[in-house]
Write a protein of this length. Structure first.
Length: 105
């Protein structure tokens, strides 16, 4: 019983450390960008960054060629085309992948 409690405490400490590190990165980025002049080139790079992150997340899933992931990509493309809202498309894509994994597996 004592070992379980120690493992649980370790989990909560790791979770708190990850939350603190995530928050520190956000705050540091915000504070440091206050000192950086925003040129058109930097602005373009900052605007392209979310797309680069999404490509990095989606590429391994798409290259696996499994049906749930491919259905999710199709759903994202359709929702993006119809709505133009990337957050909605990402949520719909994740839901389609989850449902497809549940019912196709």
């Amino acid at each position: 019983m004592g070992g379980e409690m120690g493992g649980e405490m370790g989990f909560y400490l790791a979770l708190a450390a990850m939350a603190a590190a995530s928050y520190a990165c956000r705050v540091a980025g915000y504070l440091l960008m206050g000192w950086v002049p925003i040129t058109p080139r930097l602005e373009a790079a900052l605007k392209a960054m979310p797309l680069g992150v999404m490509v990095g997340i989606v590429t391994p899933a798409a290259s696996s060629g499994r049906a749930p992931e491919l259905l999710g990509l199709v759903a994202v493309a359709v929702v993006m085309r119809l709505s133009g809202k990337d957050v909605i498309a990402a949520v719909v894509g994740a839901a389609v992948v989850a449902l497809a994994r549940r019912f196709l597996a």
